[in-house]
Design a protein around this ligand. Sequence first.
Ligand SMILES: [Mg+2]
Length: 418
Amino acid sequence: MIRITSVSTAVVEANFDYTYVCIEASDGTKGYGEGFFAPGLAQSMREIGALLVGKEPTNVRSLVTMMRLATSASSGAHGEGALLHAVSGIETALWDLTGKLLGVPVWQLLGGKSRDTVPVYADLHAGTGLPSIDNLLRNRTPFWASQSGTTETGDFYWQSGDADELDFERIVERVQAAGHAGYRMVKLDMDVFEHPRDAEDQTLGTDQISEIAAQAIELRARVSPEVDIAYDCHWRFDIPSASRLHAELSPARPYWLEDPVNPTPEGLARVARAGSIPIASAENAYSLEGVSHLARDGGLDIATPDIQKVGGLLEGLTIAEWTHRNGIGFAPHCIASPLGFAAAVHVMAAAPSVRFLEFHGSDLPFWSELVTAPVIVEGSAPVPSGPGLGVELDLEVAKRYASPHEPFFTERAPRAGA
Ligand SMILES: [Mg+2]
């Protein structure tokens, strides 16, 4: 009988730390997964993954139940926090391994597919390109991009004051370019239309609200009607400001308004009642319980769970079933490398109904090189047909950008001083 022989990790320093886990079976087959960045995540993956050594790998649900029980004293009864990021990544690797051992795609193991392509939206951020952010949300220059050849860490990202780089024409160009590349939806950070402001000030004045709305309406008029535009507010506003903003933004017809306030059921519901734009939230929710809690008061129109964080593919599909039955849109958040992105594609292939999957790597020069086959073609993700996830991590490329302070799977130990 085939058994799991090792669980190892690697970290690629990208726009975030892409944290990978590899599970090797006794016949030499390897499955790969990815977890959402967190301090100490690779170490947690190795520690939790050690529970799997000697086990038969294809009974995935049973192994996930064991890992969630084993971490329940430190991650809560339903599972939440960084240890669930680790379990999510390991679970993905188990699916990839199982699919390869059985010679079938992961979506087949999840119950078969409902579609052949998954719609993708491009996150265009604030229109100025994407910074790299470390596990504690500080801006950084990765070692491969810095003058010194070592990672350079700066301020917290919300203190960096990028908003004064606003260039409306540049935003128009980027939205149009995404449309020409085949995307039917893009997302912008709401602060693209704000003057620099104190990140801790949650209040928007009347003038600010009018200015944001006017620019969103102008942007809507300037770009092709075939491209929908959503806005992410990153939890920045208080309820009265977000409610007024929602009401005034309506003529710009955004596809959704994301995280206008701190995610509480009451807050989302109050903002939702102020207008007709769908409200999106739940990227930081854990497990079905965390997502369904946000919908309690009727203020969640689009659920945006992150598959690398929420508990993995089984949990993601459970949430997709729940959103479908409750008339809520399913549009997973995704800041992963193409490997984690592909894992989300399998969930969305199997889900009964879906909106869009996020693509967050448009400014990372080597994003698509990290796997051996393209995962996005003209604004959509073709559902893979090969065994497992159907895409392979390009180990040569991954190694080039791998953190020198972390092991690279079983090939090397971390450098001294790490
Ligand atoms: Mg967001």
